[in-house]
Design a protein around this ligand. Structure first.
Ligand SMILES: CCCCCCCC/C=C\C=C\CC(=O)SCCNC(=O)CCNC(=O)[C@H](O)C(C)(C)COP(=O)(O)OP(=O)(O)OC[C@H]1O[C@@H](n2cnc3c(N)ncnc32)[C@H](O)[C@@H]1OP(=O)(O)O
Length: 287
């Protein structure tokens, strides 16, 4: 698949150690460890479904900043929840929101997407389970995705939850999957199993289980061992600059659009029904 030219250089040995982000008074939302080769695993552990609230998004963002400072080789975003990568945005953040917090929430999402998309290090995801809507956006902002075959699904089901995908979201998906596949995926809210996701380019490889997905991410990161990090970063960012510049230019408008969508009474009514159906599903399953 990738043919990377060998470049002779002194590989700067990164001082790495296994460590955890455990400074938060509550149980940490992310388990961060770095192996002896300088590859980090950033494991989301916000039970039960890693829904993206402000705190989780900020923690991921801060983790990536730390890894960049430490000159890590690359990172693998993954999940501690069995069968769920992430359920997307935390619906409770969107339901009858406090305006100030909703604004903070939106900013955290924007910061996270930009941080991941514009990261200096190699960014990957080992997707072992459901990865819908906001979680799919997060995955799309990374350099590479491996996903386990089986029950796992990935997709942007925003229209199904009453959120018309923002232009930047569609742009992000188009960069990865092309115009036609994006149009079909976004209008239908289709949730792709791994093999279909691979066909349309939404993921890069299909893995047999989580361990295999993580290994494939490591292998991808190591493809860059013979490329000077500064040269790789420069090339990546110059190819992504158009998206970043456009995003920064329209950031205020995207924020307003998002706030307007979420605070629309029709959206709130729909969300009421959607959340009740999620709870009802559980009651039915228990009966
Ligand atoms: C933000 C600023 C910029 C934005 C600009 C616009 C562009 C935005 C880009 C993307 C937009 C994204 C919008 C979203 O992400 S909305 C969220 C969409 N996600 C979903 O619809 C998933 C809903 N959940 C499920 O389908 C299932 O829960 C599933 C994840 C498949 C797991 O199923 P299962 O294992 O059976 O577990 P339960 O359904 O019983 O769930 C366990 C508890 O977790 C609660 N839950 C589930 N999902 C969420 C969520 N997203 N947020 C908050 N809470 C969630 C569920 O209600 C259960 O709770 P409880 O135990 O109290 O009953």
């Amino acid at each position: 698949m990738f043919h990377l030219r060998k470049v002779s250089r002194d590989v700067a040995r990164v001082a790495v150690k296994t460590r955890r982000l455990s400074s938060a008074p509550e149980r940490s939302l992310v388990d961060l460890s770095v192996d002896k080769e300088g590859i980090a695993i950033v494991q989301m552990q916000r039970a039960p479904v890693n829904s993206l609230n402000i705190e989780l998004m900020r923690t991921i963002c801060d983790s990536v900043s730390d890894l960049e400072k430490d000159k890590c080789k690359g990172m693998i975003l993954t999940s501690a929840s069995p069968n769920i990568f992430s359920a997307g945005m935390d619906l409770m953040e969107l339901h009858n929101p406090d305006m100030k917090r909703l604004e903070e929430f939106s900013k955290s999402m924007f910061d996270l997407v930009l941080k991941l998309f514009g990261s200096k290090i190699v960014t990957t995801a080992a997707i072992d389970g459901y990865s819908g809507a906001g979680a799919c956006v997060v995955a799309l902002a990374l350099d590479y995705r491996s996903m386990t075959a089986g029950k796992a699904r990935i997709g942007l089901n925003d229209t199904a939850v009453g959120i018309p995908p923002a232009k930047w979201v569609a742009d992000l998906m188009t960069r990865t999957m092309g115009q036609r596949n994006t149009e079909l995926a976004l209008t239908s809210s289709f949730m792709f199993p791994a093999e279909r996701a691979l066909q349309v380019g939404l993921v890069d490889e299909v893995a047999k289980d989580k361990e295999d997905a993580v290994e494939r991410c490591k292998k991808f990161i190591k493809l860059y061992d013979n490329i000077l990090p500064a040269v790789r970063t420069h090339t990546k960012l110059s190819l992504r600059q158009d998206f970043i510049v456009e995003f920064e230019k329209n950031r205020e408008q995207y924020l307003k659009d998002f706030m307007n969508t979420i605070t629309n009474p029709a959206f709130q009514n729909g969300l009421d029904i959607y959340i009740s159906s999620l709870k009802q599903k559980k009651v039915k399953a228990a009966a």
